[in-house]
Structure formats: C-alpha cells, structure tokens
Design a protein around this ligand. Sequence first.
Ligand code: FAD
Length: 465
Amino acid sequence: MDNKFQVTVIGGGPAGYVCAIRLSQLGLKTACIESRGTLGGTCLNIGCIPSKSLLNLSEEFYKAKNLSKLGIDTGEVKLNLEKMMKNKNKSVDVLTKGVEFLLKKNKITYFKGTGSFKSKNQISVKTKDSNILIESEKTIICTGSEPVSLPGVKIDEKQILSSTGALSISSVPKKMLIVGAGYIGLEMGSVWSRLGSEVHVVEFLDHILPGMDKEISQEFMKILNKQGISFHLNTKVNSINKTKSGILTNTTNDKGKGSKIESDVVLISVGRKPYTKDLNLDKIGVQLDKKGKIKVNKNFETNIKNIFAIGDVIEGPMLAHKAEEEGIAVAELIAGQSGHVNYEVIPGVVYTSPEVACVGKTEEQLKEINYSYKVGKFPFMANSRAKAIDVTEGFVKILTDSKTDRVLGAHIIGQHAGEMIAEISLAMEFGASSEDIARTCHAHPTFSEAIKEAALSVDKRTIHS
Ligand code: FAD
C-alpha cells in the first residue's frame, strides 16, 4: 500500500472522522488513524450516543410504569436491564459501523491502530500485529479527551465509576452518589434514578450546571428534586473509600459541617481532560497549555507548521458538534477555502426530562460586562401543546440587545428544548432580532410557539400569558 498522504487525521471521533470526510470531499488524499477499534470516538462509543440511548430507554420505562395515570392499564412493567443494555449497544454498533462505511465511501484510508509522531511528517501506527509508517504532508490531531478523577481516587469502573462505567452497570444500584452536577452527572443520575436508584449529587458550587443561565439551573434543580434526586450543594468531597458494604464518601460543606455518605456506587463526573498521551508530541515540540490542551492559532495550526489540532484536545466547550464544526473548518482552510467556526453560537443541551438547552450569552455574562439587554420569557404552562399533553414544566428565555433588539442568547428548559434551540441558533447566525422571531409564523399547537411568545415578551406583548 502507498502510505503517503496529503493529510492524516489522528483520532476517529466527531472531530476526526468529519474532518477526514470533508478533506476527501475537497480532493485531498486522506488517512484516518483510530486506536479504539471502532470509529466515532468518545461520542459514539462511550458518550453522546450510549447516554442518549439509555436516557430514552429509561424514560420509556418510567413512562410505562406511570401509564395507568393516563388511563392506560397495563400488566406489571418490569425492567430487563440486560436487554436494555443490549439495545444501547446495538445503537452504538449501528452508528460506529455507519461511520466506517462513510470513510470507505469517501475513499479515506482507515488505519486501526495508535498513531505517534516519528517526525513532523512521519507517523508510526501501532496496530495489533504490526507497525506501519505513514508519511503525511499535514496532520490533524483529534485525539479527544478522557475523564478526570479526584486526587487520590482510583476509578475501577465497578464501584467507583467514570461516565464510561456508568453506561454499563449490570444491576441497578440501590444508592448512587454522583460527584459533580454537570451535564454528564445529571444525565446519568436521571437514567439510574428512573431505573430505581436513590441518587445523590454532591456539587462544590452553589448551583448545578455550572456555566448555564442561573435562572434555568435553579428551575432545573427544583424539577430534578421533585423527580427524587437529592442535591448537596456547596459541598466538597474529601475522600472516597471502599468499605465491606459499598463506598463511603466524606464531604464537608461551606459551613465546615462534615458528612459521611454511604452508597453502592460513586460516579465521578468532575470533568474531562485532553488526551495526548500516545502521540509523542515532545518529539516534534508541539506546545500544550497549562491544562494540557494543544495550543492552536485561529486556523487551528499548532506552533509546528502543518500540524493542526481540533476538538476536545483544544480549548473550547467539549462538545461533539463543536468538534465537528472545527473538523469542517480546518479541512476547508487546508484546502485554501475560508472555513470558520462561530464560537458565539454553539448550542448546549442536557438530554434529561425536561431537556435543558442554551445558546449564546447567559444573563450573568451580560451583567458581568455591563451590557444593556432585555429579557423575554414565556412559560410552557401557557403553551397549548404542552397543556394538551400535560408536560408544562419550564420556560423559554430570550436575551436581546436593548438598543438593536438583536438576539444575544436563549435558554430553554422544557420538553424538546434540545430540538427547539436550533431555531434560535439559526436566528443568531443570521443576526436576527426578537422582532424577526416574533413575526415568524409558528405552527399551532407546537412547543415552538413558546419561542415566538418569548420573543413577543421582549417588548411585553405576549398573547397567551
Ligand atoms: P473523541 O470523541 O474523544 O475522539 C478521539 C478519538 O481519538 C478516540 O476515539 C480515541 O480512541 C482516538 N485516539 C486517541 N489517541 C489516539 C492515537 N494516538 N492514535 C489513534 N487514535 C487515537 N457532546 C455533545 O455534543 N452532546 C452530548 O450529548 C454529549 N454527551 C456526552 C456524554 C458522555 C457520557 C461523554 C463522556 C461525552 C459526551 N459528549 C457530548 C462530549 C463528546 O463526546 C465529545 O465532545 C466529542 O466526542 C469530542 O470529539 P473528538 O473527536 O474531539 O474526541
């Protein structure tokens, strides 16, 4: 085989495989190296996809158990966790194979192995049974991220779990303690709570979902509380130890009060760190920042010419769609086009029930920079579709520039929030005002009418509340 390529992508996650496809579309001879054995990266194998599959399956279970309240009598609803996990694995399998098909279709050479730099233009790929040397004019590092633990706490994926272990528990734990109230912790907490676990969440800050609009995170915590999830805010974990009967976690709150929490399993979801271990970056002198992320310029190029980096391994939100956008942008830049990513419009979604979705600025961010803004809000309680199906929790909140009316951000908590946020993202990309949204005809009865009403509310002219 001719192992000379114009561009080589190391890592086959959303950053890497999307970038490889775009490069190939642009006529560049492209290779993709992936060590996992399957494509799709964290997202498809141990992240977005299996977690969303379990969120959906556990929600179906929860709903089925409560059907009699809606006048639908069933026999006893029982959980078959093994089958549920098989269904989750099937979704992962179908999608990862789908990516492999896409690479083939786009004539990308796929190396199943671990890539490391021999020199700026040479990458060695260690496969199961050989070492292959690739020559590449340009290389894009897309090696993603891995979970972090707490100091002195070893994740064994049996009792002390990262998100990876939490996606494959073989029997429903009686009690689960989650350290960290970010989106991964809350999604996994929702799954296991619906399946029957008593779930407690310890969070160092005074609110959940750090970085989200505070009004949304307060509402969200109230709702999750009602669903049976307990929160310990302003609380620090001091130690986590295995005992004969399970796990003992020692905590201290901001008033200095210590507590001991016993549980069957602990999920550590305190963040992720960039993964660059196997790349031999020292050899070629690629610079990292203090957090271990690869430093890049606005064209995603590292300090070493012709070596680029994108996705979780560089600065920015660790999200699959951000990684994909960067994949397209860097491919187009390499091909001489003007690819770019608008970091002001990267939506974020928490796929719980209800969902939480955001894009653009939060109210706290606008206050911090003394920006003059207006707020429009509309509750799902006054939305006819939500009322018709009795799913009325949450609201839409739109923030606009008080002079120009341009939309600066939007925050939604409610059914289908994750789908609805796309309307606002598109509006923001086009520089739309709340007036533009308010004058757009929205189908009735839909949840999205709440967006129109929130836009009307910016100038205090809502119709239905
Ligand atoms: P990755 O997906 O991590 O891919 C990097 C790949 O590189 C890996 O497959 C790795 O095996 C490979 N690799 C590493 N080193 C080498 C090497 N030397 N040689 C060859 N291959 C190598 N994001 C969302 O947007 N929405 C969600 O709902 C969402 N849910 C998530 C749920 C969970 C539980 C987790 C953990 C993450 C979730 N994410 C979500 C985040 C998302 O998965 C990541 O942001 C995304 O996968 C980053 O893409 P990437 O391509 O940069 O890195």
